[in-house]
Design a protein around this ligand. Structure first.
Ligand SMILES: [Zn+2]
Ligand SMILES: [Zn+2]
Length: 317
């Protein structure tokens, strides 16, 4: 029985009584919701009582996995007996220096799907999931890589990830729950996300595997040359935008996208259907991998090198 505490008990200086271990590549938000549940308290009541400086549900009104400040990391570490490094490793900031120079959540972070925080409700479907992974987990949990823009399909089950409940179309909001069910049930309509019927389509996984390798190894093959992963991802994003947003690449975008781009701004990745995003990354990955293919592409589409580099970030170190 989960206690929906109405009386506030100050647990600011207390440790967590029960502190379950993080699962492999688990997101901090996923782990913290499980901790609250293991202690038999509703998530928001639990964190309000334990973190005085972040009361009034502040933790859940932000994107905890990107925002998590140093003082909270320290407190979580102290209360859970996990090292600060273990806590930090559950955040998406742990991709800093590999995916982007800085990941702070102050503005949109390339390659991380945004949650679209509206109070503590999430509107954008930035937390995606594989129902088969949740069903196979002995302890269901949400993975870090499910927030990555190019991680469009599950490498294990070869199916596309979902970004909303297929029954009521709500994006997931981990801190909320349907009656007393855990977060493997939709918080809005209560359906079991582990039992969603998924068509295993044998998705093309080459690009996702290669891009995860770049992220994990810290370098990638940009037009035939090994470069640091940040430089690789900056260029990959540029190709991605060229295909999706630029007018003169309409021919290639018409081949891979089902519809004309509706969102014509930098936030397009939050709104395109996951299958189109998947195809966009396959096309972008193939272009970045071969100097010859890339040269043919820019010549065919009358793209000048100065245009490609126009709004590329300048890396200062
Ligand atoms: Zn899976
Ligand atoms: Zn639902």
């Amino acid at each position: 029985m989960i206690s929906h505490v109405t009386k506030f008990i100050n647990l600011n200086d207390k440790e967590f009584i029960i502190h379950p271990q993080p699962q492999q590549n688990e997101l901090l938000s996923s782990w913290l919701v499980r901790v609250a549940r293991a202690n038999n308290v509703a998530t928001t009541s639990f964190t309000n009582m334990h973190f005085k400086e972040f009361q009034k549900n502040i933790l859940w009104q932000r994107d905890l996995d990107i925002w998590c400040p140093e003082s909270l990391l320290e407190k979580l570490s102290h209360k859970s007996h996990l090292s600060k490094h273990q806590i930090f490793d559950m955040t998406l900031k742990s991709y800093e220096g590999k995916l982007r120079h800085k990941i702070h959540g102050k503005n949109r972070t390339h390659f991380i799907q945004s949650l679209g925080n509206y109070a503590h409700i999430k509107r954008n479907g930035g937390l995606r999931f594989c129902p088969l992974c949740l069903a196979n987990d002995s302890i269901p949990y949400f993975r870090k890589e499910w927030r990555l823009s190019f991680y469009t399909a599950c490498l294990e089950h070869k199916c596309f990830l979902l970004n909303r409940c297929p029954n009521c179309n709500s994006p997931l909001t981990l801190s909320k729950s349907y009656q007393e069910k855990d977060f493997s049930f939709c918080y809005k309509c209560g359906i079991d996300l582990k039992k969603i019927n998924i068509i295993q389509e044998d998705c093309e996984l080459e690009a996702i595997i290669a891009l995860m390798n770049v992220l994990n190894n810290g370098y990638g093959n940009k037009l035939g040359q090994a470069v640091p992963s940040i430089e690789y991802f900056d260029f990959l994003k540029q190709i991605n935008k060229m295909i999706y947003l630029w007018e003169n690449t309409r021919e290639i975008s018409e081949q891979i996208l089902f519809s004309k781009p509706i969102i014509k701004n930098a936030g397009y990745e939050d709104f395109i259907p996951i299958i189109e995003q998947h195809l966009l990354y396959i096309a972008s990955y193939r272009l970045i991998s071969s100097h010859t293919t890339f040269q043919q592409f820019i010549q065919t589409n009358n793209i000048l090198n100065c245009h490609i580099n126009k709004d590329m970030p300048v890396n200062l170190d």
